[in-house]
Design a binder for this molecule. Structure first.
Ligand code: ADP
Ligand code: MG
Length: 317
């Protein structure tokens, strides 16, 4: 039974690479890191009902489990190579495993990412993926290099996934398909991350929300940040369905977008925008690194905003 499931996964995810010496089927995979490369490794777990809603399509779960991991590699500027997939399933549902492996492969195959092993156990639905990627020695994008005066930039658009999650509760969610797609099928910015090597001074992927994740860059770099709310890139789908203030809220604190937030020397922001536009998705300058600590947000009227329980509000003295 279990072997049959593993075989199904293998059939869907058949990517050949010369650096995989032994793949699925033995006690461990054997791989060869190319000479002169460093290995970036990340792992992330998705638990049903916590990281994706109950009822999410199997293919979307497979896609997202890989996407959130590739996003971590992207944020390091690494090129993906190999993955491991640990599946915990409530029962041995072949259609579900087929769907999950198909969604995983839709993302993995074009990137030539090889699935080299995993584990399959019974229990509450949980998907763990380990990814491995290559970087040049000393070239990984860290969180710690931001300097006062750097421009803060973000790829793509922000807030869509959090808005999509809210729209799932609607009786008819069909008008919000574009937002829900961003929740279920996030695009890891692999090419963007690669393109930032040697240029970005710090980089992180936005999984918990822009302010929280930019806060990690500030802490690691020993600097502060100022964001202009008016500059936050928001999709036409988000702007169509929500009030302006809500779109800002989603963009500042909504998680699950898996865009890259990064810093560059201010005089290179224009060049980076042009590069990122060529790669698809683009990148927008949203603020600046300053001396000090923490993230400040300037609202649409230029006044500082503060986070309340309900979300971001104008600061009222
Ligand atoms: P073991 O008892 O040695 O861990 P398993 O039956 O768990 O053996 O795995 C057999 C082979 O199948 C191994 O190569 C393992 O990496 C692979 N494998 C198991 N589960 C998965 C999975 N969900 N996805 C990909 N490969 C898997
Ligand atoms: Mg095992």
């Amino acid at each position: 039974m279990e072997f049959d499931l593993i075989d199904r996964i293998r059939r869907h995810t058949d990517v050949h690479r010369d650096d995989v010496l032994t793949g699925i089927g033995d006690d461990a995979a054997v791989v060869a890191v190319p000479a002169g490369r460093e290995l970036a490794v990340a792992v992330d777990t998705l638990v049903e009902g916590v990281h994706f809603p109950v009822g999410t399509a199997a293919a979307d779960i497979g896609w997202k489990a890989l996407a959130v991991n590739l996003s971590d590699l992207a944020a390091m500027g690494a090129t993906p190579a190999w993955a491991l997939l640990a599946l915990t399933l409530p029962d041995s549902d072949e259609a579900f495993v087929d769907g999950l492996a198909r969604g995983f492969a839709e993302l993995a195959t074009p990137l030539r990412l090889a699935l080299i092993g995993g584990d399959t156990t019974r229990g509450p639905l949980t998907v763990t993926v380990v990814v491995h990627g290559f970087t040049a020695p000393g070239d990984a994008l860290l969180r710690s290099g931001a300097r006062a005066g750097d421009a803060i930039m973000v790829t793509g658009t922000l807030g869509d996934a959090a808005a999509g999650l809210r729209c799932l509760a609607e009786a008819d969610a069909s008008p919000y398909a574009a937002l829900i797609e961003r929740l279920n099928r996030p695009t890891p910015r692999v090419a963007a991350g690669n393109g930032l090597r040697g240029i970005a001074t710090a980089c992180i992927d936005v999984s918990d929300g822009l302010v929280a994740d930019l806060g990690h860059i500030c802490k690691a770099s020993g600097v502060g940040a100022e964001i202009d709310a008016a500059m936050l890139p928001r999709s036409s789908a988000l702007l169509t369905h929500f009030e302006d203030a809500d779109t800002i809220d989603f963009a500042l604190s909504g998680g699950d977008d898996y865009e890259l937030c990064f810093t560059v020397p201010a005089d290179r922001a224009g060049e980076v925008s042009a590069n990122m536009a060529r790669l698809g998705g683009g990148a927008t300058r949203i603020g600046r690194i300053v001396e000090g600590a923490g993230v400040r947000v300037l609202g649409l009227d230029g006044a500082e905003m503060v986070l309340s329980r309900a979300g971001w509000n104008h600061f009222v003295a």
